[in-house]
Design a protein around this ligand. Structure first.
Ligand SMILES: Cc1cc2nc3c(=O)[nH]c(=O)nc-3n(C[C@H](O)[C@H](O)[C@H](O)COP(=O)(O)OP(=O)(O)OC[C@H]3O[C@@H](n4cnc5c(N)ncnc54)[C@H](O)[C@@H]3O)c2cc1C
Length: 505
């Protein structure tokens, strides 16, 4: 970081998490510090918020949080919008009676929000933004840097290991785990604050924003329905995909924390044994909350560690990349932390360092070679994109998973792997399979459009994996079969819920 002539502010946010996008001196004659909240959409365990608060205190300025939601991104739908609006309602409630000015902003038409950041930044001493490695967010930061005329920093609250540390991607979870074993201990002591707003004496914003700004970019007006769920009245009129409807899963920090507590109490102990069985339902279901930034990986890790009575002194060398035994936690907690930290951060790191993470060409060379070698193999079944989307295949288990995805916005973890592998098997070419998976996953899944969307989907096609015995269509890429899934996992109840329903057909 180049501080130049700036006095170095005392900060609890590690340098490794701060990327200076504009190295200007924070302007003392501006009105406030602006936190542009675009991916860590929460008010606790958030390094970016912490950093913005530090600047506000240092400069003795009010803090304004702008949380925008665009209309014109691919896969924008009522489903994704409602999840983010849930979070906005939660944050608005939590910020009532605080000195923070919170502006939730939902675009009414594509491009309507253009200019808002720049106008607000014109009055800001500095702008703090969220670092986020995938989808349109990295490009949005690049554009924002040009639109802003003051100091600007992007702060990384993504995972336990700062994104800036590895300086490379990893070809397999094992290699990343080895890296984590050597590096992670040094970062475990620096978590974001659970209560960054507590005890901070902030100057409230005394001025009104100019009427022209309020008129052109009115803050979202949120009410609640009878169940207390935040409602944006004009959601139905927004130019987004309304065929992908709202689901029961409720977004926001408060709900995410409740889900975490329920998981820790009811399911964590069974995680190692039961998580692959759809009928036993032991995974956390936290990926949407992580995706929308409504909960932090730090908080989840902290709660698991607390429950285990764990301290870093329990880490047990050698630091050799083994899957079990390194953390010194119970088998279930270790299995869960391996998903939360190793697998999740493997995917985020990949997207951070590899701008081409979405393309077929970004797959490992061995995977492309073997998929191309087998691209001409006769497929026992091929389906069109429409048949796939409508869950009209011969495969009962697969159809059930697809129905769950469309209706609930989630797929059980284990079946999600099968879901992807079958799309690869049934598509005319692996390129087409990649497009179908990306489109369906990101359209319907409430954790979609995440770095792990692309890492999970490209895992289906060989990324982060090794070669397996060669077979038709898949070549050396790992295959999965519905028959062995039926033998291996318990899914009678799941099929009763999501299987064919003759009376409805
Ligand atoms: C085809 C395919 C598509 C996928 N699309 C997505 C997606 O859009 N968004 C998404 O977040 N994940 C995706 N994954 C990864 C994984 O399936 C989900 O993260 C997991 O199912 C989330 O359920 P959970 O929160 O109950 O997980 P848990 O088992 O409770 O795990 C806890 C957390 O660890 C992380 N995690 C778990 N499994 C994985 C994994 N295999 N890779 C990376 N991180 C993981 C998630 O953040 C998860 O919330 C995909 C995987 C596949 C095979």
């Amino acid at each position: 970081m180049h501080w130049g002539y700036l006095p170095r502010m005392h900060s609890t946010v590690p340098d490794t998490r701060v990327r200076t996008l504009r190295d200007d001196r924070p302007s003392g004659d501006r009105d406030f510090v602006l936190y542009w909240m675009t991916s860590a959409r929460r008010l606790s365990w958030n390094f970016a918020l912490e950093r913005a608060l530090e600047w506000a205190v240092e400069l003795d300025k009010p803090l304004v949080i702008l949380e925008p939601l665009r209309a014109a991104y691919r896969w924008a739908s009522a489903r994704h919008h409602q999840s983010i609006i849930d979070g906005m309602g939660d944050s608005a409630r939590r910020l009532e009676n605080t000195a923070v000015t919170y502006i939730p902003y939902v675009e009414a038409s594509p491009g309507e929000g253009r200019g808002l950041l720049s106008v607000l930044a014109g009055r800001a001493a500095c702008v703090i933004a969220d670092e986020s490695p995938a989808f349109f967010l990295p490009n949005m930061l690049v554009a924002a840097r040009r639109a802003v005329s003051c100091r600007m920093e992007a702060v990384d609250s993504v995972g336990l290991l700062p994104l800036s540390v590895p300086q490379r991607t990893f070809s397999a979870a094992y290699h990343f785990r080895r890296f984590l074993h050597k590096e992670l201990s040094g970062h475990l002591g620096t978590s974001p604050s659970p209560t960054p707003l507590l005890g901070v004496a902030l100057r409230p914003l005394q001025m009104e924003l100019p009427a022209a700004v309020i008129e052109r970019w009115p803050a979202a007006v949120l009410t609640s329905n009878r169940a207390g769920r935040p409602v944006l009245e004009r959601l139905a009129s927004l130019p987004i995909d309304h065929t992908v409807g709202v689901v029961n899963w409720v977004g926001g920090e408060t709900e995410a924390r409740t889900r975490l507590r329920e998981f820790l109490t009811a399911d964590l102990d069974r995680y190692a044994e039961d998580r692959n069985h759809p009928d036993l339902c032991a995974p956390s279901g936290l990926s949407p909350a992580l995706h929308y930034g409504h909960i932090s990986a730090h908080e989840i890790f902290h709660e698991v560690a607390d429950r285990e009575g764990w301290t870093p002194a329990r880490i047990s060398p050698p630091h050799d990349g083994r899957r079990r035994g390194w953390w010194g936690m119970s088998a279930s907690a270790e299995a869960f932390v391996d998903q939360l930290v190793t697998w999740r951060e493997l995917g985020h790191g990949y997207c951070h360092y590899e701008p081409d993470y979405r393309s077929y060409e970004s797959l490992p060379a061995w995977a492309i070679q073997t998929l191309e070698d087998h691209a001409g193999d006769p497929r026992p079944w091929t389906y069109t994109r429409e048949q796939i989307e409508a869950a009209s295949t011969h495969d009962e288990i697969w159809n059930a998973a697809q129905r769950q995805l469309v209706e609930e916005g989630v797929i059980h973890n284990y079946l999600r792997m099968l879901w992807g592998k079958k799309i690869l098997e049934w598509s005319a070419h692996p390129r087409e399979a990649l497009e179908t998976m990306v489109d369906l996953n990101n359209r319907y899944a409430i954790d979609g459009r995440d770095p792990n969307s692309w890492s999970g989907i490209t895992w289906v096609m060989g990324r982060f994996d090794r070669g397996w015995p060669e077979r038709a269509v898949f070549g050396k890429v790992r295959s999965m079969s519905s028959d062995s899934t039926r033998r291996k996992v318990r899914l009678d109840r799941y099929l009763r819920r999501w299987g064919e329903q003759p009376d409805l057909v």
